[in-house]
Design a binder for this molecule. Structure first.
Ligand SMILES: [Zn+2]
Length: 125
């Protein structure tokens, strides 16, 4: 498709999205099959269905987050996890990849700005 390759956060996100989409499809299929069997036997185990549904819901939520990330990354609105380097959406509280809290990263960087104002002489043209 486009630009990035080789271990970039974006490439990993796309891979993760494919994984999650597959998992969601699998779980959906599973849940359907399970429900069908229960219907055939006229015996519904709601605890089992609820557990599977919860699994599906979780995978679906993860997929949603990854899709949001990809969408916002394309719009240029994201940050990167300090712990693992994965990109995340602006409002995310935790890294989808490693689980590290992200809100701490919103510290202002002005505090350390004083000594870093030197630019090398970059003879461009
Ligand atoms: Zn992370």
């Amino acid at each position: 498709m486009s630009v990035q390759s080789g271990g970039s956060p974006m490439a990993e996100l796309r891979r993760r999205r494919a994984e999650l989409a597959e998992r969601v499809a699998e779980l959906t299929w599973d849940l359907g099959g399970l429900t069908y069997e229960m219907a055939v036997r006229d015996h519904y185990r709601l605890d089992v269905l609820a557990k599977r549904a919860a699994e599906l819901q979780e995978a679906d939520a993860q997929l949603g987050e990854v899709q949001r990330l990809l969408a916002s990354a394309e719009a240029g609105v994201h940050g990167q996890c300090r712990a693992c380097g994965a990109v995340h959406s602006r409002g995310a509280a935790f890294c989808w990849h490693c689980g590290a809290p992200l809100l701490e990263e919103a510290r202002p960087s002005i505090l350390a700005a004083d000594s870093t104002a030197q630019l090398g002489s970059d003879a461009a043209s």
